[in-house]
Design a protein around this ligand. Structure first.
Ligand code: GEK
Length: 251
């Protein structure tokens, strides 16, 4: 496995450390600046999922195809894909609608010494052009698309995917059983506490994000992926209420 350079020269996430007025979370410059620290300390399993995206990409990338990282942020998943793609004639595209993210992402892509070129687009993934894809990644991005608009995006991805191609879909999920929902949420919060977040940071971040990050159940995701045109769906990773799925289009 190659070793994509992970961004390390960033600040510690203290965005919610002091009392602040509740307002919806946005992927602005302040978030982009602390993003690597924020996602690593907030998303259980993130540091495992990134290198596994490289492994999965290596298995499913097809010669001469396009590979997409939708909601690429600073390019951690893009770089994993870049190192996994075994063909020099593939096109790798990272897309994010936050200008602050794309600006920093360009910097990290330039620092990485792999020869496959990466094209970055500051666009809404809901209307960006997709075609001839073998591997597409939505690594914790679909959860920010309004639920009623998710089917249209997934159908466009499935339609753009070659036979034998895949979508890697990672999401925060919710659970049908109230007991499991409470237990997994508590464990997630313990994970954040163990990573140095205070109770105030955890509760303020929760209030800021709950209007914009809408989790769904695993069965809702599976059903929608199948209705959208993927033939097989499996969970390849789960840590508490964070899951990564592999949706495969039949050969
Ligand atoms: C990683 N994949 O490090 N169009 C384009 N971008 C969007 C949209 C949209 N409609 N909605 C949200 N985003 C990355 C992590 S972060 C996950 C992905 C998180 C972008 C948004 O700007 C942000 O950069 C990203 O999706 C979600 O593996 O913060 O939990």
């Amino acid at each position: 496995m190659g070793k994509p350079d992970q961004p390390t020269d960033t600040l510690t996430d203290r965005l919610f450390a002091t009392e602040r007025q509740p307002e919806d979370f946005r992927f602005d410059a302040a978030v982009a600046r602390v993003f690597p620290d924020m996602i690593r300390r907030s998303v259980p399993g993130y540091t495992t999922i990134i290198p596994m995206i490289e492994v999965i990409t290596e298995q499913y990338a097809q010669a001469g195809s396009n590979c997409y990282d939708l909601g690429c942020s600073l390019g951690a998943s893009t770089l994993a894909m870049r190192h996994g793609i075994p063909f020099g004639d593939c096109t790798l595209v990272g897309i994010d609608n936050s200008a602050a993210m794309i600006e920093r992402c360009e910097h990290y892509i330039a620092l990485d010494d792999h020869s496959l070129s990466v094209s970055l687009r500051c666009e809404n993934i809901q209307n960006t052009e997709l075609s001839d894809a073998s591997v597409t990644t939505l690594n914790f991005t679909l959860q920010f698309v309004p639920p009623e608009e998710r089917s249209a995006l997934l159908s466009r991805i499935a339609k753009a995917t070659r036979p034998g191609g895949v979508l890697i879909l990672s999401e925060k999920i919710r659970f049908e059983s109230e007991d499991e929902q409470d237990t997994q949420t508590r464990l997630h919060h313990e994970f954040k506490r163990a990573n140095g977040y205070s109770d105030l940071e955890i509760s303020q971040k929760r209030s800021a994000i709950e209007q914009v990050l809408i989790p769904e159940t695993l069965s809702a995701h599976t059903q929608r992926l199948k209705e959208s045109g993927f033939d097989r769906v499996m969970v390849w990773y789960q840590c508490f209420n964070f899951v990564s799925m592999l949706a495969i289009k039949a050969d």
